[in-house]
Design a protein around this ligand. Structure first.
Ligand code: C2O
Length: 535
């Protein structure tokens, strides 16, 4: 039986203030946010589903979790607590190096995605903890994460980041939005800003069994290679803020939507069925220099599009937010009817007075200073294959996460990275702490020759990457030409990025020690897993 679309109203997630106000002066905020097992109704006609949810109590916990609103320059300290049961609600992979706490429990750790904060608060994958902190991972050091919020204003999100469990912990519901606001800088822009008109839309896909439970295939695409896994998760229902294909009644005026792709592997190419357009004001966590209009845009897992939609321009009284990205992206078949629809906006008839506007200019941040880059690095992604040619696992530069750190950038510097994607899939590359600008994306010529060389030598320079990176150029869309923390590494291409290990403001250093252990990671954000090499 198919679920009827557009029957549930878009929920508004609870908002938590990440700061206090004392005598009109903002001061650091302390929050305690727990992870609870509870039930959640994803659709009117679906029974309750068991989920893991963030909240200040079990009763108020939601999927996605509450939206944290932080103030620029005012630190937010969050004590993330784990109240999860002894066993996971989803099948996790025992062949991966997942933590196995002796007393059981579900290991979790929270990463603030896009956050500029000390390493001890970065949600390192091995800094996991279980219920009541009864077991903790080797890099765990404290129960409270501190976010200085000294970075530029913008949209972030928080999500689980535990070793080999991120995939199932996210599927269970452990993520939420985080908005960093700077009213003194942002209000002169006059973008829609009241909570009614400035909303996070957290979009993800899930499948359900008829009893309501979240369905995750655990029999394996190819049992000859692995009994359990499929490399990617695709659900057949599209969920926004915790409801499948919801609707939202809107006024005939401008809205700001911070659209977060919280899927494990699904890319979305969003558009409106009635021709309404988007005006992008930021990409991931950073404002663009000027607004950019688009009719359609691609959003990879973990990317954020921060857009203004003006419903006063709508020719019709309803607009469907739709998606036509194939899955897996880009090699899969075209999307079908079901996940081609995301949500519906029901637009008021009367035109409203709208005090908001879209300014000509937004924020000016430093341009990428390529000539001053301290180092050039080559990062390659390729699939290892079994003797029968089946993909088995994927490493960055031929190394696993558990090997010692390889990249040691200097604080205050910028670097040029050439990211070489020799797989068939698009990989959303995410870098912690830093921001980057995409300089160029170019197809490799004689890909097979290059790949063969890389399989032998694992050295991009010896394999003459420069001679191969001479194919077709793909231009970066204008709404993604600012500073980002995720970008889509197109298959068969070298993507050149300028990575900045320095705040975007005038400061040359981060306002905390960024050089401590266990450091920061970069990774593909399609939450997928590959097998250990076969012996
Ligand atoms: Cu959004 Cu390392 O994660």
């Amino acid at each position: 039986s198919k679920l009827e679309m557009f029957v549930d109203e878009l929920p508004e997630m609870p908002r938590l203030r990440g700061y206090k106000v004392r005598n009109g002066v903002p001061a650091a905020g302390n929050l305690t946010i727990g992870m609870y097992e509870k039930t959640w109704k994803f659709h009117r006609d679906l029974p309750h589903s068991r989920v893991f949810a963030f909240g200040t109590s079990k009763e108020t916990a939601t999927v996605p979790g509450p939206t944290i609103e932080a103030l620029q320059g005012v630190p937010t300290h969050v004590t993330w607590t784990n109240h999860l049961p002894s066993r996971h609600i989803l099948p996790w992979d025992p062949t991966l190096p997942a933590p196995r706490p002796p007393a059981g429990g579900v290991p979790t750790v929270v990463h603030l995605h896009g956050g500029v904060h000390p390493s001890h608060s970065d949600g390192h994958s091995l800094a996991w903890f279980t219920s009541s902190f009864s077991s903790t991972g080797p890099t765990w050091s404290r129960p409270t994460s501190s976010y200085p919020n000294s970075q530029t204003p913008g949209s972030l999100w928080y999500h689980d980041h535990a070793m080999a469990l991120t995939r199932v912990n996210l599927l269970a519901g452990l993520f939420g939005a985080y908005s960093l606001l700077a009213p003194h800088l942002e209000s002169p822009l006059r973008l829609p800003s009241s909570p009614r008109f400035d909303l996070p839309l957290v979009v993800f896909d899930r499948s359900f069994l008829s009893d309501g439970s979240i369905y995750m295939n655990s029999t394996g695409n190819n049992p000859k290679i692995h009994p359990q896994w499929q490399p990617e998760y695709f659900g057949d229902a599209i969920i926004v803020n915790g409801k499948a294909w919801p609707f939202l009644a809107v006024r005939r005026r401008r809205y700001r939507f911070r659209i977060i792709n919280a899927s494990n592997a699904r890319f979305f190419r969003f558009f409106f069925t009635n021709g309404l357009h988007f005006v992008h004001v930021a990409s991931d966590s950073v404002y663009l220099p000027r607004p950019v209009t688009s009719k359609k845009f691609l959003l990879a897992p973990s990317e954020i599009a921060d857009v203004i939609v003006d419903f006063a321009q709508s020719p019709t009284d309803s607009a469907i937010l739709a998606n036509d990205a194939p899955y897996p992206y880009p090699s899969g078949d075209l999307t079908d009817e079901i996940n081609g629809r995301v949500m519906k906006f029901v637009i008021g008839r009367r035109r409203e007075a709208d005090p908001s506007r879209i300014p000509k200019r937004l924020f000016k941040y430093p341009a990428p200073a390529v000539h001053r880059a301290a180092t050039t690095r080559y990062i390659s992604m390729y699939e290892y294959e079994s003797t029968t040619g089946e993909p088995t696992h994927l490493y960055l530069n031929g190394m696993s996460f558990l090997q010692p750190a390889t990249e040691t950038p200097r604080e205050g510097s910028s670097e040029v990275w050439h990211v070489i994607n020799l797989t068939d899939d698009n990989h959303p590359l995410h870098i912690h702490l830093a921001v980057f600008v995409v300089l160029e994306q170019r197809e490799l010529v004689d890909q097979d020759g290059f790949k063969n060389c890389m399989m032998r030598l694992n050295d991009a320079i010896k394999c003459r990457v420069g001679d191969h990176a001479r194919g077709r150029r793909y231009s970066v869309p204008r709404y993604e030409r600012g500073w980002k923390n995720v970008f889509k590494m197109r298959p068969g291409c070298v993507t050149r990025i300028l990575v900045r290990f320095k705040p975007l403001g005038p400061e040359t250093k981060f306002p905390f020690n960024a050089t401590e252990e266990p450091g920061y990671v970069y990774h593909c954000h399609a939450v997928r897993w590959w097998l250990p090499p076969q012996t």
